[in-house]
Design a protein around this ligand. Sequence first.
Ligand code: GDP
Length: 460
Amino acid sequence: MLGKLAGFDDTIVALATAPGIGAIAVIRLSGTAAIRITNGLFPSRDLAVQASHTLHFGSLLFGGRVLDEVVVSLFKAPTSYTGEEVVEISCHGSPYIQQQIIDACIQSGARMAKPGEFTQRAFLNGKLDLTQAESVADLIASNSAASHQTAIQQMRGGFSSALQDLREQLITFSSLIELELDFSEEDVAFADRTRLYALVSSAMGQVQQLIDSFRMGNVIKNGVSTAIVGKPNAGKSTLLNTLLNENRAIVSEIAGTTRDTIEEVLNIGGILFRLIDTAGIRESNDTIENIGVQKTMEKIKEAGIVVYLFDVNELSVEEVLDQAHFFASSGVNYLLIGNKADVKGAAFYKEKFVTIPDILYISAKHHSHIQEVKDALLHKVMSGDVTTGDTIVTNARHYAALQEVLKSLRDVKNGMDHRLPGDLLALDIRLCLHALGEITGEVTNEDRLDFIFSKFCIGK
Ligand code: GDP
């Protein structure tokens, strides 16, 4: 199917770097006329006779006017990103020059690329599978080190190869079962049911793990909502400032959000922690369980993590225990942090609170043991079964398809438990293969592809 879709006769052009002013900008052309079009603007050298993967310096001219001094990178088909003839023009990064060069390319016969069209061509020319192509979109949109890592890993095919293995094994079984059907008169069994059963069981485990990782993947992409709460004067503002000084996430790290909707965001170890506004708690003179302010409680419950900060000199063991029980009974994921441990030294307070083993002792004011707070926050996020090193599903489409895969695997397994005849088993295996193919792109249609690639930015 892919072969038929591939083979475009038009040549597309777009700015490949971020729009705006930069030191340099890269304009990318892909298609059969990419070299001819560039040749018309770049008299210094005949690119058609140059080797692939070479750089050429010279002036770019259009309408008798020098547009810029540029470096042209040449990637000949099929060893380019898209599999087509690709030319990348590195020019000076002024938006005016970028626009002039793109206009010149369009007037010479190229057309403006649609979002994701370069990657779409790469996919249709068999350079990437769909999972990898979507990871390119995630990579462009990735907003922290960890989400960058996830995208890179998917692109390298960690996710696809696990699913590909499964798919191949299922195909083998389904063809063996179908072969059996052809010889049904003779009552032979080619397909080893015990092996199929084992395969299906282990596949269910793997798919379940990928489904579980979806939540983790979302955490990486969207950040973890975090509330720092405690009595007045516990040192919440001080701790906040200490953390922000070292770890404030820059605005551009946060996808699709404006400063208005976000109070503060910390970037700890590549995970974004969104500090949710608990002003109500900060201003109140009551302990949390007495506030009774519905809204504040909602905030606490919606937080992924609650950091409960208390003054180790002020609070009694009972008060801290009460607080901890309150969080635990509300299903809140919390950290207990004893502040102002500098006053008498951590050893003293460890003794005082010996019955509560999980307290971290810090001094927000003197910046001591802050790393432990960060480690504990990260640990909370990572302590699910999934770590960032594993393949992580971050894409809602993958998630839905994986649910389908799991369901059909379950049907295959149930079918075997009930000794279903081969033809019915084969049908369930087919459904499973179909769902798997939805993820890796083997089963797809052009509408779906257009939808997926439209999420890209232009120039990719
Ligand atoms: P908030 O009301 O919880 O936001 O508390 P603040 O951050 O405003 O701190 C209240 C007071 O405690 C201030 O005077 C801080 O200087 C002081 N404070 C905060 N952290 C520490 C600490 O680690 N050690 C000591 N000794 N004082 C602290």
